[in-house]
Design a protein around this ligand. Structure first.
Ligand SMILES: [Mg+2]
Ligand SMILES: [Zn+2]
Length: 171
């Protein structure tokens, strides 16, 4: 049995985009983001985050900071009986300062590498009925290149948006 997935961009969709966020003290959930995630969980649909984190390549913070922030997000969500199934991030940036990450990769959105990583790791995902929500047009482009419906988020109530979009996609 295949499971649908909702792919979320992180900054500007699940949390306020303050630019190169990595500290939990600076993290502010977007309106009804937690409720939206819980709603998707209850529908037995995967919740994945796919996020460009070029701050790693730029030397602003490290992979470990990103992993810790993501772990903390799930600890916060657990207080509301919600969870993110997995996080996929791109640490790269071609003109970055940290040599190891300063490459032209295939995972920095709008490239589709992060979505493909999720599909490889979770083989039961129903690609045709999965969606991706992002606040940049590059997110929408990424989704469409990967064969998903891409939704451009503009700061509205995330729960309403998710309910509406999932209803549009049968069951
Ligand atoms: Mg964003
Ligand atoms: Zn990358």
């Amino acid at each position: 049995m295949k499971k649908r997935a909702v792919f979320f961009d992180r900054d500007g969709v699940l949390n306020q985009d303050i630019g190169y966020l990595y500290k939990k003290a600076d993290f502010v959930w977007m309106p009804n983001a937690i409720e939206a995630i819980r709603y998707i969980n209850q529908k037995q649909i995967y919740v994945f985050v796919i996020t460009n984190q070029s701050g790693i390549a730029r030397g602003y913070y490290e992979e470990e900071d990103v992993k810790q922030l993501h772990q903390w997000m799930n600890e916060e969500l657990a207080k509301y009986d919600a969870h993110i199934d997995d996080f996929f991030y791109c640490p790269h940036y071609e003109n970055g300062n940290v040599e190891k990450y300063a490459i032209s990769c295939n995972c920095r959105k709008p490239k589709t590498g992060l979505i493909e990583q999720a599909f490889s790791k979770y083989e039961d995902v129903d690609r045709q009925n999965s969606i991706m929500i992002g606040d940049k047009l590059s997110d929408v482009e990424c989704a469409e290149t990967a064969g998903l419906r891409g939704i451009h988020y503009k700061g509205e109530n995330l729960l309403n948006l998710v309910q509406c979009e999932l209803r549009n996609r049968n069951s």
